[in-house]
Design a protein around this ligand. Structure first.
Ligand SMILES: Nc1ncnc2c1ncn2[C@@H]1O[C@H](COP(=O)(O)OP(=O)(O)OP(=O)(O)O)[C@@H](O)[C@H]1O
Ligand SMILES: [Mg+2]
Length: 321
């Protein structure tokens, strides 16, 4: 669907005899917003009643309505399927220039995840955000988000001698990193178990004063580990690691298709200060990640909501790499 002008929408509203003024429009990745001033005798219920007609006239049935009482407006959101040119836009954005801008703010390990719906970059300082948990239904964009993070961490590998370990029991998505210096892949539950042993031994050495290293442990599909045959052993090791390694420059970034309470229980959750929900299968899953519903309504692939020490449920569109 093409970008609509305020005039087009205004003429449709007039034709429906609605006393509504189109105040402004804005576009962001995947969405176009219209801010409307509804005046009596027209009521919001009248606008709602004509929603399907408006959709028909605009050629877009993906319309949401939000009453923004504080701004005394109704915001109409039209959802557009992502077009390749939109994807290019975000693709070009992960750029050293962006990273430099973020570093400029004094961040220690900055990464950029995408763009907010106010068209600002969504950036994180991993030092503050600490362990990150990503939850979302199958196909919502967890692996793509992890890859966009890993691509930026590769830079730390060069600049800070960081090590990146990836546990990927599906064995398909990260094979392109095989052989890359300072990147290790663990492709089975047994190997994941060994990887956790390595980290726990490292932790003990660090506690005794061994020199610190910057290490990132990426886990794509946490559920595969937690429900595996060795679950209780692996669960205990993982919990110990995430509870204790935070102070030592070891950061865990994990994703799961099953953000249900049996996988992400209270203890696991409490140790991931930063949590990101892509589209979830249900409101219950959204609550597990964000402590509130909402992620089940996300539409785009890569569209997400983040809560972290510095973001209070911020809505953004993740980069596509
Ligand atoms: N940020 C994005 N922008 C545009 N398209 C995306 C984005 N993220 C994901 N996609 C599309 O969605 C597809 C599925 O994404 P991805 O493999 O990351 O899902 P997933 O959540 O890891 O699924 P699974 O749980 O099955 O592993 C991608 O191949 C890509 O085509
Ligand atoms: Mg995946």
């Amino acid at each position: 669907m093409d970008i609509l002008s305020t005039l087009q929408l205004q003429s449709i509203l007039n034709a429906c005899n609605l006393n509504i003024e189109v105040m402004s429009t804005a576009t962001t990745t995947g969405y176009q917003f219209f801010d409307l001033k509804v005046s009596l005798p027209t009521k919001i219920a009248d606008l709602n009643r004509y929603r399907k007609d408006i959709g028909l006239a605009l050629g877009n049935s993906n319309i949401n309505m939000n009453v923004m009482a504080d701004k005394k407006i109704v915001r109409l959101e039209l959802f557009n399927e992502m077009k390749p040119e939109n994807l290019m836009d975000v693709k070009c954005a992960v750029h050293m220039h962006t990273l430099d801008q973020v570093s400029y703010k004094g961040a220690t390990y900055p990464i950029v995840l995408g763009k907010t719906f106010n068209n600002e970059y969504l950036d994180l300082d991993i030092k503050d955000s600490n362990h990150i948990l990503i939850g979302g239904a199958t196909g919502a964009g967890k692996t793509v988000l992890l890859k966009s993070i890993i691509n930026q961490l590769l830079d730390y590998r060069v600049r800070r001698d960081a090590v990146i370990d990836i546990i990927d029991t599906k064995c398909v998505d990260y094979q392109y990193l095989r052989g890359v210096e300072n990147v290790r892949l663990f492709n089975s539950v047994d190997n994941a178990n060994k990887c956790l042993d390595y980290y726990l031994a490292k932790l003990e050495a660090l506690k005794l004063g061994a020199p610190r290293l910057l290490q990132f442990l990426i886990i794509d599909e946490l559920a595969d580990l937690i429900i595996s045959a060795k679950h209780s052993v692996i669960y205990d090791k993982l919990l110990k690691l995430i509870q204790q390694c935070r102070a030592f420059g070891i950061y865990v970034i994990a994703a799961t298709q099953r953000p249900s309470a049996d996988i992400v229980d209270g203890k696991i959750k409490a140790n991931f200060p930063t949590r990101i929900a892509l589209r979830t299968a249900s409101a219950i899953d959204s609550r597990v990640i964000l402590d509130c519903a909402g992620a089940e309504l996300l539409k785009n692939k890569g569209e997400a909501i983040i809560r972290s020490p510095s973001h209070n449920n911020v809505h953004f569109q993740g980069f596509y790499l």
